[in-house]
Design a protein around this ligand. Sequence first.
Ligand SMILES: Nc1ncnc2c1ncn2[C@@H]1O[C@H](COP(=O)(O)OP(=O)(O)OP(=O)(O)O)[C@@H](O)[C@H]1O
Ligand SMILES: [Mg+2]
Length: 477
Amino acid sequence: MASRILIIDDEADMLLLIQRMLSDSDRYEVTATDNPTSLSAMLATASFDVVLTDLKMPQRDGIQILEEVKSHDETIAVVLMTAYGTIESAIEATRKGAFDYITKPFRKERILQVVDQALKWRNLRQENLLLREKLEGRSRFPTLIGGSPAMRALHLQIDRVARTSATVLITGESGTGKELVARAVHSHSPRKDKPFIAINCSTIPEALIESELFGHLRGSFTGALRDKKGLVEEASHGTLFLDETGDLSLPMQVKLLRLLQEGEYKVLGANAIRKVDIRFIAATNQNLPEKIRRGEFREDLFYRLNVFNIHLTPLRERAEDIPSLAQHFLHKYCTLHKKEVSRFSSRVMAHLMEQEWPGNVRQLENTIERGVIMASGDEVRLSDILTMAPDAGAPCSASPLEPGEEIFSLPFKEAKDRLIEEFETQYLTKVLARHSGNVSQAARESGVKRQYLHRLIKENKLSSRSFKKEDSEEEPS
Ligand SMILES: Nc1ncnc2c1ncn2[C@@H]1O[C@H](COP(=O)(O)OP(=O)(O)OP(=O)(O)O)[C@@H](O)[C@H]1O
Ligand SMILES: [Mg+2]
């Protein structure tokens, strides 16, 4: 993500010059204005990392700018630009929280250096804030479990964008937490006491979506028996969450574009144009640029939505979050199902860590819920999640095991372990036979990692070699 820099100076030449100095690097996204009174509007629509402002301007001085930026977000780095002779007040400004000042005229190297340092300061400052909250045992985002670098970066992004009204596009695979993140953005925004309204663009029938969004007047179409308020109106002054935006039809995309662009819409059956003040958050698990290429998604709408992109990392790329997520769901479902299960067996945890989780956090959550329901003691055991979790990529025999009678006279735990062993052996034998001992293919089909399958094979005292056909390729293990 490029860092966002805002430059404020009443002299247009100066703005141009600085913009040019910063434009070499694609690490910066530069916005410039010669009107210092537009600051609050700008802070509300975009999230800036560094503000470079002139000290002496007729409409407003740099110290006032500094104060406004700092009250909006004290982690934004403010750098004052000053001509010789006003250094006194620049020094005064650093006492009031400015990151630094720079005297005009300056060279390109100098400004690049100051901006770089300011960005480093900004990142540190934000990380420190989050760290301090963590140490004090309070997280600013208690609903978002996980402390991986990806999750920490996510906290920073939410924190930054929540303060603004900028439109957010949340992308990521199914089950990664897009809706959860949308709610977190809303609940940390100045609109938090206003409604958060979600609409799922893929589940509402095409014919109804317009009336759902914009409302209708009685008699505006067959079946419209009374006036109906639209979700847009309900979300007024709050946040409208457009879930599964990738599924919107092209005609609806046009109407949405108008709403986003002008803040205007029409109630079905009415002539008057209505205005709204809404913060939009959209989410999709589809590849929108790809849809644009296929002519299924409007490019202009994409740019309107993609003002601030938050991309969620798949669970398999942040496996270190699995233990804390699993613990969180264990607690959640014990409470819900009134059970007293306090931990996972070590085999369960190892198993959870090894999975690919194509359905991401949602799939993990479902697996843990089943485990809690199935658990018979105070521990979730491997058999509790295996027997019923085909979607977790867990081995699941097509024809259930038929245990011999003798197993029922063993102590319960022993019987269960024995059954699991038998099941594992059977499962492995079948899948390896199907793939002539090719462990990679077998792992892919079983939905587990190759290393994990190797371990299971070893634990079950099998050998993939014994399944090899004469002509099959040799596979390193
Ligand atoms: N970091 C997290 N901490 C706690 N719970 C999480 C986290 N991420 C996701 N979840 C939970 O996982 C489930 C799926 O999350 P969510 O519905 O937000 O996913 P999604 O990305 O919108 O999925 P889809 O694309 O399928 O709609 C929810 O129950 C949510 O509470
Ligand atoms: Mg969702």
